[in-house]
Design a protein around this ligand. Sequence first.
Ligand code: NAD
Length: 369
Amino acid sequence: MKSFSIAVLAGDGIGPEITREAIKVLELIEERNDVKFELLPAAFGACAYFEFGDAFPQSTIDICDRADAILKGPIGLNHEDSKRIPIDKQPERGALLPLRRRYNTYANFRPVSLPKDLAHFSPLKPEVIGEGIDLVMVRELVGGLYFGEKIAGVNEAGLRYVKESLEYDENQIQQILHQAFKLASKRKKVLHNIHKSNVLKSSVLWNEVLGEVAVDYPEVEVIHILVDAAATLLCLNPTQFDVMVMENMFGDILSDQGGGILGSLGLMPSACLGDEKAYYEPSHGSAPDIAGKNIANPYSMIGSVAMMLENSFAMEEEAKNVWTAMQGVFADGYSTADLSKPGSGVQMIGTDEFGDKVVEKLRAMPVVS
Ligand code: NAD
């Protein structure tokens, strides 16, 4: 029997609710496959700060170090509550960026996917969605503005001043581009390169390196698009995209727009892969506005489990089953509160019911070994 340990960082806000549903799915997968998951819960984010004085405490680092993979819920507090934590200890700066840095999880894959029969969830017109949206955003995750040098203080003119640096070296750019080209090779062999080379020198270097890496993938057509234009085209014509690659901050922003064109960030799981370790998380935040109400959509967290099965445990077939089960629940006419308005002809279900229905569907599917 195969055995894997998983650090489970439920996080803040809706994190614990959606993590609970993801664990239901993992337990069923264990039951119906020759596999054992050792779940290792650990505190991470604002909850960890309040308990241990550190958003990424040593006890959690030790658990993540020994785990085969990390399943992470969203972290963070609302704007006002954030002020209860010193700036450098706040969840993103104190936990998320250190997690990414520690395991060098440079390759972030964010599928933006909505099959045709679920197109009614999207705010886009049916004729724009056509046969459905199915693209992957590949985001560089450990470089750029978020990880560059930061200086804050008072400048020579006596004004409050801040300087943040956007840094990349050619190796960092190469490694993410190889990941994107490999994915494009396996899919439609088209790679949209999202950049801002008309303004940013970092994009000029990015594009130069892309030209060199592209030589290894002659089968892949590269299409260059400026990031601002890409934002518009995602709304006007999302089906032209298949694999999109971009630097860290562009990916942060455009992938939230990806959630927007699907109808909710609750449909946005992700995989964050390094060469040695990977972690999996919803692309969205902790949604403090809906926490504790049993209305969060756990699709993003269960989808992150599917990505973990595929990428960390080589369980591709079971991963496909999880996607099919989740989409099947929606296709049966159910909806979570983020995706539909009451009275729109769907049957509204809560966070836990969605998890239960996914489990029920998955249980009914044959196991392919
Ligand atoms: P958010 O992503 O938490 O929420 C934006 C909107 O989407 C909200 O209306 C929310 O209710 C909704 N939403 C998000 N996920 C949902 C789900 N699964 N089901 C239904 N609705 C969902 O963004 P925010 O409100 O700007 O940020 C809240 C906190 O999350 C902040 O502290 C922020 O720093 C943090 N954050 C963390 C991560 C992370 O852990 N990787 C990512 C982004 C933001």
